[in-house]
Design a protein around this ligand. Structure first.
Ligand code: HEC
Ligand code: HEC
Length: 227
C-alpha cells in the first residue's frame, strides 16, 4: 500500500513538471530564453523579444510570478527596446503605447505550475551567494537621494508610474517582483547577469547598495498600499 502511494505521488509530480515544460516550450520559448546563456552580442541583445527567464529561480519571488502570470502588467514602460516604441510629442519623446502588445495570460493552475518550474532555473547561485542583505530601514527621501542624486539611476528607471526614465524596467514594484539578493547582485554587476545590458556598472558602494534595496522595499510597500 505504502509503495503504491509513493509511486502515485511521484507520478503526479512528474506529470505536472511535464505539463509545465510543455507550456514553457509551446507558449513562452518563442519570446523568452529558457536555457541560457545570456545574449553575448549587441545584435542578440537587441533581437530579444522578452527578458531572459533562464535564471528565473535566482531572480523572482515565486508568489509574484504566480500572480503576474494571471494578470500581467507592464514592467518596461516602453517595451523591450524603447527605441521601437517612442514617438515625438509636444514635451519631447513619448511612449507610443499603441505599438505595445499585451502579454499572454495563464490560468491560475497553469500559472502555479509554470512558476514552480521556472523557480528551478538557478544557474547563478554563485552570484546570489555573494550577497548579504543587512536589515535596515530608510526614509523615502533619503532613498531618492541615493538612487537619483548620487547615482543617477532615475535616468532609466521609473520610481512611480510615469515618473523617471523609461529605458529600463520600472522599479516601484521591484521588491514585490524580485529577490533582494538578486537586486543587490544586479546593481553590483549588471554585466555578470546580462553581458550586453545597457545598464552601466556604477561600482555602487556596498553601503549604498543596501540602502537601494531598502529603498525598493519602501517603494513597493507604497505601491501595494496604493493598489
Ligand atoms: C510574444 C512574446 C512573448 C510570449 C509568447 C511570452 N512572453 Fe513573457 N514577456 C514578453 C515581454 C515583451 C515581456 C516584458 C513585459 C514588460 O516588461 O512589460 C515579458 C515578460 C515576462 C515576465 C516578467 C519578466 C521580467 O523580468 O520582467 C515573465 C515572468 C514572463 N514574461 C513569462 C512568460 C511565460 C511563462 C510565457 C509563456 C506562458 C510568456 N512569458 C510568453 C514577451 C512574451
Ligand atoms: C542607462 C540606463 C540605466 C541606468 C543609468 C541604470 N539602469 Fe538599472 N537597468 C537598466 C536596464 C536596461 C535594465 C534591464 C536589464 C536588462 O535586461 O538588460 C536594468 C535593470 C535593473 C534592475 C533589475 C530590474 C529587473 O526588473 O530586472 C535593477 C534593480 C536596477 N536596474 C537598478 C538600477 C540602479 C540602482 C541604478 C543606479 C545605480 C540603475 N539601475 C541604473 C538600465 C539602467
Amino acid at each position: 500500500m505504502m509503495q503504491r502511494i509513493i509511486f502515485s505521488s511521484l507520478l503526479f509530480v512528474s506529470t505536472t513538471a511535464f505539463a509545465a515544460d510543455g507550456i514553457l516550450q509551446k507558449d513562452c520559448a518563442a519570446c523568452h530564453n529558457l536555457t541560457g546563456p545570456a545574449a553575448q552580442t549587441l545584435k542578440e541583445a537587441w533581437a530579444k523579444k522578452g527578458p531572459g527567464l533562464f535564471y528565473a529561480g535566482n531572480k523572482y519571488r515565486q508568489e509574484w510570478l504566480v500572480s503576474w502570470l494571471q494578470k500581467p502588467q507592464r514592467i518596461r514602460p516602453a517595451g523591450m527596446y524603447y527605441g521601437d516604441h517612442i514617438k515625438p510629442g509636444p514635451k519631447g519623446d513619448e511612449i507610443d503605447t499603441s505599438t505595445l502588445k499585451d502579454h499572454v495570460v495563464l490560468t491560475k493552475a497553469d500559472a502555479a505550475t509554470v512558476a514552480a518550474e521556472l523557480m528551478k532555473l538557478k544557474p547563478h547561485d554563485d552570484l546570489i551567494a555573494k550577497e548579504k542583505i543587512e536589515p535596515g530601514a530608510i526614509s523615502k527621501d533619503e532613498g531618492e537621494k541615493v538612487f537619483d542624486k548620487f547615482w543617477g539611476c532615475m535616468a532609466c528607471h521609473l520610481i512611480e508610474p510615469g515618473y523617471g526614465g523609461f529605458s529600463g524596467p520600472e522599479l516601484y514594484t521591484a521588491a514585490q517582483r524580485l529577490q533582494p539578493e538578486f537586486m543587490a547582485s544586479f546593481i553590483r554587476n549588471p554585466q555578470a547577469w546580462e553581458p550586453k545590458t545597457w545598464m552601466p556598472n556604477k561600482e555602487v558602494s556596498n553601503g549604498n547598495l543596501q540602502k537601494m534595496v531598502h529603498y525598493f522595499e519602501v517603494l513597493s510597500k507604497e505601491t501595494a498600499n496604493a493598489q
